[in-house]
Design a protein around this ligand. Structure first.
Ligand SMILES: [Zn+2]
Length: 330
């Protein structure tokens, strides 16, 4: 009750907090970051807890709304909490799109490349854009963002994009990251942050089955958790999505990722590889400057759709909604 009063008082005194919902706190003193599953109830909504951590002597949860796949960071005091194992939580939320998506990923886990969810609903006219920020010494390819903002100006604002981010890229590109955050704060774009591993190791010589996260000596716990911690330090909200570096995985690795409560996101349209996007495609381009061909193709695609965009017949979709809709009512 005291908490609630404090909250209401804050809302009353600082209406800016309410309006600027996109601004995310920077958690710069994180300790005890760990996987923690459970049910958190705050009437009328049920949330699933996936992480717990402390920051500056305060405890926090990372929560997911299993119906909408939205995530949030919040203090435990606001909720009625019931800790669960992942299996218990899966059973409890079994009819939700979130759990169904995790289970589908497990089923498709045998593919060496492109395991996981790789397209949204085909009835959608438009695509979901994902851009990967693998480690790179080149600057962010800003054309992606300036072009979508210009094209969708009168149609969709903010324009949804999903960015797969690595710990190394965050460390290498603080100014590019600030630029992206500013675009989000200004309401130009809405970014769903996908975990793309911390180090994103890659070998030019090893076969796929021993490459990327399958390389000997890889510490999956570090790759997943340190990326989330780095996101939180930088003021980014982690989502429940993961993209395998090189889109390479095996069954064991997929199970490890889904055990973190993360849904692997593949692609059915890697533009630089000549794959043509269909209605509902999850399109992959690289935003890290290493694959200008894919970005050029994407910009060409946008130009070819100018008329349909103006008529709202071709849109960009929010990854959370695309995955969510695929598993609604299934
Ligand atoms: Zn990558």
């Amino acid at each position: 009750m005291k908490q609630l009063l404090k909250y209401l008082l804050l809302l009353f005194l600082f209406p800016a907090c309410v309006i600027n919902v996109n601004a995310q706190a920077n958690y710069t003193k994180i300790t005890n970051y760990r996987v923690y599953y459970g049910w958190a109830k705050h009437t009328p909504r049920d949330w699933m807890i996936i992480r717990q951590f402390d920051n500056d002597n305060k405890s926090y949860f990372l929560l997911v709304n299993p119906q909408t796949l939205e995530t949030r960071i919040d203090e435990p005091d606001f909720y009625q909490v019931k800790p669960m194992t992942l299996d218990e939580a899966k059973l409890f939320f079994k009819t939700s799109p979130y759990i169904k998506a995790l289970q589908k990923a497990d089923k498709q886990s045998v593919n060496t490349q492109d395991a996981g969810i790789e397209s949204g609903m085909p009835k959608q006219t438009g695509i979901t854009l994902t851009a990967d920020l693998c480690p790179s010494h080149r600057p962010l390819d800003k054309r992606i963002f300036t072009d979508i903002i210009a094209q969708f100006k009168k149609v969709e604002r903010p324009v949804p994009v999903a960015l797969s981010i690595t710990g190394i890229w965050m460390r290498q590109h603080p100014q590019d990251l600030e630029w992206l955050k500013k675009m989000q704060q200004d309401g130009e774009i809405y970014i769903t942050w996908i975990n793309h591993s911390f180090n994103h190791r890659v070998s030019a010589t090893l076969p796929l089955k021993q490459n990327f996260l399958l390389e000997a000596g890889t510490n999956i716990n570090y790759e997943v958790m340190e990326t989330e911690i780095a996101m939180l330090k930088n003021g980014l909200l982690p989502s429940v999505f993961f993209r395998f570096p090189g889109l390479v995985s095996d069954q064991k690795l997929v199970f490890e990722i889904t055990n973190f409560g993360l849904i692997p996101i593949g692609t059915d349209a890697w533009l630089a590889k000549g794959q043509q996007p269909q209605a509902g495609s999850i399109v992959l381009i690289h935003g890290n400057g290493n694959e200008p061909v894919g970005v050029n193709d994407f910009i060409k695609l946008l130009k070819s759709k100018t008329k349909s965009i103006a008529k709202k017949q071709w849109l960009l979709y929010d990854l959370r909604e695309s995955v969510d809709e695929e598993f609604q009512g299934e």
